[in-house]
Write a protein that binds this ligand. Structure first.
Ligand code: FAD
Length: 395
């Protein structure tokens, strides 16, 4: 008899798991509280990359004379940019909806919580209560922006990536609290759109998870394009002074104050475990996420969790792979993920990409290695496209 699986959350983890399960012959119900595609499609990867493309074109236009091309002035229309971004999101969302339909997956729009190891309660978009029973449940509820306990963090004008993706005016100046991937991507976009950007990072370097040589070089590139970068600096307070937001921070250089029109908080994301009934059913989790074993099975056998909600590498393709691995385990297929082979990108200027261990990781693990590096400044293709900054490094 075929297995029945209920999947909570229709992001890249949940919808990929649903499709794989249907392909393997399971009877699948997918529950989504907001929009199919989750954070990635609606408030993450796709909208940021759409705006990144705008930023890239504007930067190219700024440097167009280097290519012997003359253009008399240029400007941009933010509403049209936002509409283009939304059209891309809607088109992809439609594509996901069609895949769900084509694979005969039951889709319920509503908010789900666990009642037991095999029962889920859904309050649907019309307010009706639906009780679902299943052989297995997969939790794929993703993550939400996390805000550190900084005084004044809820002041008007202090935003997260969620709001930054639908602003209707480019602020003259912006402080970005947190120099991780999301903060650095927004720094490049806002800078290209004309905002005076200051990035404040608590750790000794931005992009702390990347190879230190890459993060140092990126900090230099940001500074060269006019972005101020303060590292080893901790924000203590954000004050609304009436005409601006004053960000107060303490660093090695002492106290600094930066006045700006907007403040973006990009200090990380927290697993979305709210109102899921985890305590009610006694499922183990902590602030890093739901605890799972190597097959993505939670502390309750038969209940699985995947993607951002289990913490670790919060990337869309990781969520999808974990969804596939969990489903394959349910369906009796051996499956595992090699986290050392996960590619990661940062859409900064210049773009960054990495896979495998960083030099720091290799040192920490006591691995004997040699390192080779080639500068783009000596690479023909890089020079012809006017992207001579950066390098390839192989360990
Ligand atoms: P999510 O995509 O968060 O989906 C979870 C879904 O569950 C949501 O749709 C939510 O509405 C639903 N849900 C939650 N609770 C319930 C409930 N109780 N009942 C029913 N449904 C529920 N990753 C990349 O790989 N590349 C990138 O370039 C990239 N850029 C990013 C840029 C930004 C600004 C952000 C914020 C993230 C970015 N990410 C990127 C990360 C990526 O978006 C996440 O890793 C990915 O979306 C995680 O997928 P998920 O399926 O685990 O969760």
């Amino acid at each position: 008899m075929s297995k029945s699986i209920v999947i909570i959350g229709g992001g890249p983890g949940g919808y990929t798991a649903a499709i794989r399960a249907a392909q393997l012959g399971a009877k699948v119900t997918l529950i989504e509280a907001e929009h199919l595609g989750g954070t990635c499609l609606n408030k993450g990867c796709i909208p940021t990359k759409a705006l990144y493309r705008n930023a890239q074109l504007l930067k190219d236009l700024d440097n167009i004379e280097e290519f012997g091309i003359k253009i008399e002035g240029h400007s941009f229309d933010l509403d049209a940019m936002m509409q283009r971004k939304q059209d891309i999101v809607d088109r992809l969302k439609n594509g996901v909806a069609q895949l769900i339909k084509a694979n005969a997956i039951e889709l319920i729009h509503g908010k789900a919580s666990l009642l037991s190891k095999d029962t889920v309660k859904v309050i649907d978009s019309e307010g009706n209560e639906i009780i679902l029973n299943a052989d297995n449940i997969i939790i794929a509820t993703g993550s939400i922006p996390s805000k550190p306990p900084i005084a004044g963090i809820d002041s008007p004008g202090v935003i997260t990536s969620d709001e930054a993706l639908s602003i209707n005016k480019i602020p003259a100046s912006m402080v970005i609290v947190g120099g991780g991937v999301i903060g650095i991507e927004f720094a490049g976009i806002m800078n290209a759109l004309g905002s005076q950007v200051t990035v404040i990072e608590f750790l000794p370097r931005i992009l702390a998870n990347m190879d230190s040589e890459i993060s140092k070089k990126t900090a230099l590139s940001l500074k060269k394009s006019g972005i101020a970068v303060e590292v080893n600096t901790s924000v203590t307070q954000i004050m609304n002074t009436g005409d601006s937001l004053k960000t107060i921070a303490e660093g090695k250089k002492g106290k600094i104050e930066v006045a700006a029109e907007a403040v973006l908080i990009s200090t990380g994301r927290a697993p979305n475990v709210e109102d899921l009934g985890l305590d009610f059913v006694g499922l183990e989790y902590d602030k890093k996420g739901i605890k799972v074993d190597e097959h993505y099975q939670t502390s309750i056998p038969g209940v699985y969790a995947i993607g951002d909600v289990i913490g670790g590498m919060m990337l869309a393709h990781v969520a999808s792979e974990e969804g596939i691995a969990a489903v394959e385990h349910i369906m009796g297929i051996q499956s595992s993920i090699n986290y050392d082979a996960v590619p990661a990108c940062v859409f900064s200027f210049p773009e960054l990409a990495s896979v495998g261990l960083s030099e720091e990781d290799a040192k920490e693990k006591g691995i004997d290695y040699t390192s080779g590096k080639f500068l783009f400044g000596a690479n023909g293709k890089a020079l012809t496209i006017g992207e001579a900054e950066g390098f390839v490094k192989v360990l």
